[in-house]
Design a protein around this ligand. Structure first.
Ligand code: F6P
Length: 540
């Protein structure tokens, strides 16, 4: 395939377009009755089992999808990414977040330079700093140990660390290392979020981490200034040196802000914000909370096969079936922040309208990702998934609970209760329930249409043996790579995010207006009728 050819113009894409019409004639009930097919759709890797037999696909579909991946030069693109080539062409950057998980002796190059030693220099610095904070040898301005941390950042400088923190919180090994410590995240510029974050904390025992790749993000910088004022007011301006550190690629702006560059933890422009959880962005706050040894386990390298399967299946669902959304449904409360994190990783990466060469795409890319842990989601949006729109689902289950409970007299232990639902839902979606089955159960005739489930709704299941730091890291890497695979096949740049810029610049214009109105009483000008009216109401 020539580099300027769109993937939808290739023969394998066209083959899949006609193949999907055949598959549409086959109900999942039928597909699931073929045991050999199902066997071929179960994969084990490093303790994780992937079962994709409930996808609307046959082994023949898979061959066609592999063919598509080959035509899209998937392997070469993955290699180019791992080789540090500047595949993020609109920002002229390499995409090397995989180097953040590299062992100390690995070699991964960007512009001919091995970046792994730089990664490990920062990791060593994090280990040293986090240990000093944890053991009380790094103290605040009044000589007290810093027991509480507020991590200030938004988007990729927030969602990934929040997800891992939430998942580790109830892991027995991690949680015992966190005794007596608090980690909070301040993301929203809404002053309510500041109030909630500082509630019950004292500046003298609080360490603030300012996390921003660019160190220019309006929300983060205002929140950082607000917390700097909170600290200075109580402890004096010189206390900032002991109570504020930074994580950024922009060390010049860190210093300008008033944070000692020695107290800054670097990362690099080859780490996209949403892929930065294994850099200091995630490793520093989490190491202070849980200890470096616990945290380094989530930053292990991951093999490429599961993500390739997940990636090509999602392309199948989005581009050939036309399903626009995808639900991430972990049956684990510890993974409650997984879907919000993957939402950014996926939607900021793959919601694009042009190919990597800037050609308008005649097909949609990206998917609408959302999710909620089971069984909570079952009591919320599953109605739509069962009888309304078709939404391919990823069910994620854990064999051994972080917090097992068995209540005397119950039929099963609490985790088995949860997992009963994990195993039941994919079959309910796939098989559904026919009017004939309902009539056999003596369902009243007029209720039959309401109680009928069409079934034939695709899902896949991932079963993890447990949920410790290592497994959390695996899950993270699977989904990060899944997103890259989708983007490589669609032929887009998954590593830029120009779509966030327009709203930001319009906000600048509004900010100027609000200032002019508040300070000089100027009325709103230069906006359309609707915005002028609303702004005027707000200013009143
Ligand atoms: O506005 C989107 C975005 O640029 C994300 O891509 C990024 O994760 C987030 O803002 C925060 O950016 P920064 O880490 O530079 O503050």
């Amino acid at each position: 395939m020539a580099s300027s050819t769109l993937i939808c113009e290739t023969q394998p894409w066209k083959d899949l377009k006609s193949h999907v019409e055949d598959i549409k004639k086959t109900h999942l009930r039928e597909l699931l009755s073929d045991t050999d097919r199902c066997k071929s759709m179960m994969v084990d890797f490093d303790g994780i089992t992937l079962d994709y037999s409930r996808q609307r696909a046959t082994p023949g579909t898979m061959d066609k999808l592999y063919n598509l991946a080959e035509t899209a030069h998937l392997k070469e693109k993955i290699n180019r990414m791992f080789n540090g080539e500047r595949i993020n062409s609109t920002e002229n950057r390499s995409v090397l977040h995989v180097a953040l998980r590299a062992p100390r002796d690995a070699v991964m190059q960007s512009d001919g330079k091995n970046v792994v030693p730089d990664v490990w220099n920062v990791l060593d610095k994090i280990k040293d700093f986090s240990e000093r904070v944890r053991n009380g040898s790094w103290v605040g301005a009044t000589g007290k140990a810093l027991t509480d941390v507020i991590s200030v950042g938004i988007g990729g400088s927030f969602l990934g660390p929040l997800f891992v923190h939430t998942a580790l919180q109830t892991d027995p090994e991690a949680s015992k290392c966190a005794t007596g410590r608090q980690l909070r995240f301040l993301a929203n510029v809404d002053p309510i979020d500041v109030a909630r974050n500082i509630a019950g904390l004292k500046p003298e025992t609080t360490l603030v981490l300012v996390v921003s790749k660019t160190f220019t993000t309006a929300e983060t910088m205002l929140n950082a200034r607000t917390l700097r004022a909170w600290i200075s007011k109580e402890l004096g301006p010189s206390a900032v040196a002991k109570h504020m550190v930074a994580i950024s690629t922009n060390l010049t702006l860190v210093e300008k802000f008033g944070i000692d560059p020695n107290n800054a933890f670097a990362f690099w422009d080859w780490v996209g914000g949403r892929y930065s959880v294994c850099s200091a962005v995630g490793v520093l706050p989490l190491s202070i909370q849980y200890g470096f040894t616990v945290v380094e386990k989530y930053s292990t390298p991951f093999e490429k096969n599961l993500p390739v399967l997940l990636g090509i299946l999602s392309v199948w669902n989005v581009s050939f079936f036309g399903y626009p959304a995808s639900a991430i449904l972990p049956y684990s409360q510890a993974l409650e922040k997984f879907a919000p994190h993957i939402q950014q990783v996926s939607m900021e990466s793959n919601g694009k309208g042009v190919s990597i060469d800037g050609k308008p795409l005649p097909f949609e890319t990206g998917e609408i990702d959302f999710g909620e842990p089971g069984t909570n989601g079952q009591h919320s949006f599953y109605q739509l998934i069962h009888q309304g729109r078709v939404v391919p689902c990823d069910f994620i289950g854990i064999v051994k609970s972080q917090q097992p409970v068995y209540l005397e007299g119950e039929v099963v232990n609490n985790h088995d209760e949860l997992m009963s639902n994990f195993f039941a839902q994919p079959d309910a979606l796939a098989y559904g329930k026919t009017p004939e089955e309902l009539l056999k159960e003596n369902v009243l005739q007029h209720l039959v249409p309401h109680k009928t489930f069409s079934g034939n709704r695709p899902s896949l299941s991932l079963l993890l043996p447990s949920l410790d730091a290592y497994k959390i890291g695996q899950l993270l890497a699977i989904y990060e790579h899944r997103v890259a695979v989708q983007g490589f096949i669609w032929g887009i740049n998954s590593f830029d995010q120009w779509g966030v810029e327009l709203g930001k610049s319009l906000a600048t214009q509004v900010r100027k207006q609000l200032h002019a109105s508040r300070v000089k009483g100027e009325s709103a000008e230069g906006f359309n009728f609707s915005t002028t009216t609303m702004l005027t109401k707000y200013l009143k």
